[in-house]
Ligand binder design. Sequence first.
Ligand code: NAP
Length: 283
Amino acid sequence: MTAQLIDGNQLSKQLRTEVATRAQALKAKGITPGLAVVLVGDNPASQVYVRNKVKACEDSGLHSVLEKYEATLSEIDLLARVEALNNDPAIHGILVQLPLPDHIDAQKVIEAISPAKDVDGFHIASAGALMTGMPGFWPCTPYGCMKMLESIGYDLKGKHAVVIGRSNIVGKPMALMLLQKDATVTICHSRTLDLKAQTLQADVIVAAVGKRDVLTADMVKPGAVVLDVGMNRNDEGKLCGDVDFAGVKEVAGYITPVPGGVGPMTITMLLVNTLEAAERAAI
Ligand code: NAP
């Protein structure tokens, strides 16, 4: 293996220790950072995600509230809950777990969250803040990727970054964050004609597609940094990313594993954003 591993578990541990220390400092001032997680329905994956988020809060000394509702909850009732949480001084961050049942307009619910408590960074105000370089909350997954680059002391200035995927929660905000750090950014997607021609020019590649082996060794410039956001299952049912890890690690300079890479960083950045929200509210 030539590539160095960027260990998301280890970096998360370090960042969560910092969160716990800052949370203690706030508590000394009488403020406990609080996150409300709202789950509607019984999607099994969502149940695991919210459990992990609540546990991560507890482990770092943050207060968390899990509100669970039947899948039949009406949109109006959910919006009313969000409004109540917006007005609750003990809650600094609100996260509505997606996906929501079909009868609820997810975008409407996200827009109902106060931007000051939008720790997922999905509100249009957060997206606008990111685009214009104003203070706001960054979506946790791409924010975690940026922390991973920071952890290896990687200077993005003038580097060519290729982001594969253009979703509102990963690909697009990822591209904006890289741009903000002075990288030259290319965004690829399902209609990109020659993905390999793009990735071969990249100093940094972020794969955020949701398909196995989207990035193989022949598509990577030697020494490139490869961040794998994808979460897929292989033939044995085990978690894997978008990157052919076995092949690409022989070519890349740095690589993130799946599991143990970007995944843990996503929850960690949620804690960071919640803490930040509490700190801002305390000013
Ligand atoms: P998404 O909304 O489905 O977006 C996938 C993107 O990939 C789309 O922009 C799509 O292009 C593009 N794409 C699809 N096939 C492609 C191909 N063959 N070549 C190039 N681009 C292609 O997914 P997402 O929400 O961004 O998530 C992406 C992956 O990251 C998923 O596996 C998800 O589970 C994972 N994820 C992980 C974390 C974590 O914490 N580790 C967090 C969030 C997401 P079009 O726009 O043209 O359709």
